[in-house]
Design a binder for this molecule. Structure first.
Ligand code: SDX
Length: 429
């Protein structure tokens, strides 16, 4: 006897919807045959109740504030590992042993240079172009340089494209930063770890030696771990949909960067820091809280709320601690922005509106304070998010491509436009 809970009555038809169970989290009802059986679509514009795929990469329990990469809790990976180890976990499914770690680090390190022609590609931009615009363009342009890793049907090319993306994204990000500030590009150095290499490419200038601060490098490496993947968020879903047509991985990652740029998504870290600056002092907080609660005011507290987390974003807790570590290391005793952020969080978490709507700080709330203290301008914050998320995007892209029976994604719609009507000649309009 079919489990009655899976039966859907549509008009005079009774449709059985098969239920699929995962390892963790909600079960799903398979509706893939619904249109054929009923002539009706389901309707879920923001995908609030829709699972778009099956995945074994990242699991989020929004009610409990849990985030697992391949089953490993984010807190443990951030505490004990480094970013390239997390890249191995996401891409290959498990923690690397010492040989695998050394090999992975070696392969990524030796792909950090970009084709020398890329430097000329940058010259076409205005110096004040937003670095995210430069990133969308330059990552998409990689497919014009690396033809030997764009055949998505070849597992070897998929593997090399994945390594190239992870390896070259920090180099392109540093180039976007240097171009924006009018300083010469800095080449990667193979004797530096991934994040130290990135910091040096961003902050080294030809006039003097640059010594990486290991505390800051460790802090940024941890920030990359926190941002590495997050289930089927908007930008990851964009990468999957772009990839489902067979587009090459560089073009798919460029699409992901474009989606991440929005202030409701990865652009929130830049918007959150601007908001903290706009609030300015602790005394102004009540006014902005009132605006956030006012239905007629489009203002929202940037860095607050989440589609999935209805509890504290576990990444935000680690980000807050990292902010304190960095400010302490840099001898920044009283950062007014941090004071405003801490007080804003305290007030919001005790306010009925935020409690009832389950609005907590998300990963973007504290990241800007840390990145600003490290010397990054606000227009680089979302670029740094993209650097970290590239491994998540490419891991999810590979999982989608390697899915048996993978099909192009092609949603339908509820049509509310004009019924059929005939063309009216100009003289009769
Ligand atoms: C990221 O998906 C991911 O996993 C994303 C991400 C990742 O790692 O990939 O986690 C990264 O994008 C984090 C989120 C960053 N964005 C922001 O901080 C922008 C501010 N937050 C919001 O815009 C909002 O919370 C979203 C976009 C994050 C989530 O929006 P939802 O799930 O569509 O929720 P909603 O807009 O329907 O809000 C529910 C209610 C609404 O009130 P009602 O209409 O029900 O009365 O909560 C209110 C909203 O008005 N609300 C807020 C609010 N966020 C939601 N009110 C004030 N301030 C806010 N920040």
């Amino acid at each position: 006897m079919e489990n009655l809970s899976n039966t859907l009555n549509v008009g005079d038809k009774s449709i059985v919807l098969p239920k699929k169970q995962g390892t963790l989290g909600p079960d799903v009802l398979d509706i893939s045959k619904l249109y054929a059986q009923t002539g009706m679509f389901t309707y879920d514009p923001g995908f609030t109740s829709t699972a778009s795929c099956e995945s074994g990469i990242t699991y989020i329990d929004g009610d409990e504030g849990v985030l697992l990469y391949r089953g490993y809790p984010i807190e443990q990976l951030a505490e004990h590992g480094d970013f390239l180890e997390t890249c191995h976990v996401l891409l290959h499914g498990d923690l690397p042993n010492s040989t695998q770690k050394a090999d992975f680090d070696y392969r990524v390190t030796r792909h950090t240079m970009v084709h020398e022609q890329m430097a000329r590609f940058f010259q076409g931009f205005r110096r004040d172009a937003h670095p995210m615009a430069v990133m969308v363009a330059s990552v998409g342009a990689l497919s014009a340089f690396y033809h030997d890793s764009t055949d998505i049907t070849d597992p070897t090319q998929r593997a090399i494209a994945s390594i190239r993306m992870i390896a070259k994204i920090p180099t392109l990000a540093a180039m976007a930063f240097k171009y924006n500030v009018g300083q010469p590009f800095v080449y990667p150095k193979n004797d530096l770890d991934y994040t130290s290499n990135f910091l040096r490419m961003c902050f080294c200038v030809p006039c003097e030696d640059y010594k990486v601060n290991p505390i800051l490098s460790r802090a940024l490496d941890r920030i990359f771990i926190l941002h590495a993947d997050h289930e089927q968020n908007a930008s990851t879903s964009t990468v999957r949909l772009a990839g489902s047509s067979g587009a090459n991985p560089f073009a798919c990652i460029a699409a992901g960067i474009a989606s991440l740029w929005g202030p409701s998504h990865g652009g929130a870290n830049e918007a959150a820091l601007k908001m903290l600056g706009e609030i300015g002092t602790v005394e102004n907080i009540p006014h902005f809280i009132a605006r956030a609660k006012d239905k007629n005011d489009p203002f929202r507290l940037m860095g607050f709320g989440h589609r999935v987390y209805k509890n504290y974003d576990p990444r935000a807790k680690i980000m807050q601690k990292t902010a304190h570590d960095v400010l302490t290391e840099l001898g920044i005793k009283d950062d007014p922005l941090l004071d405003v952020a801490m007080e804003l969080e305290r007030i919001a978490l005790h306010d009925e509106y935020f409690i009832e709507k389950k609005l907590y700080p998300n990963i973007d709330f504290y990241s800007g304070i840390t990145l600003k203290a490290m010397g990054f301008p606000t227009n680089m914050f979302t670029v740094l998010f993209a650097v970290a998320r590239t491994v998540g995007w490419i891991s999810q892209w590979r999982e989608m491509i390697e899915e048996p029976g993978q099909k192009i994604g092609r949603p339908r719609q509820l049509y509310t436009g004009s019924p059929r009507r005939d063309y009216t000649p100009m003289g009769k309009r």
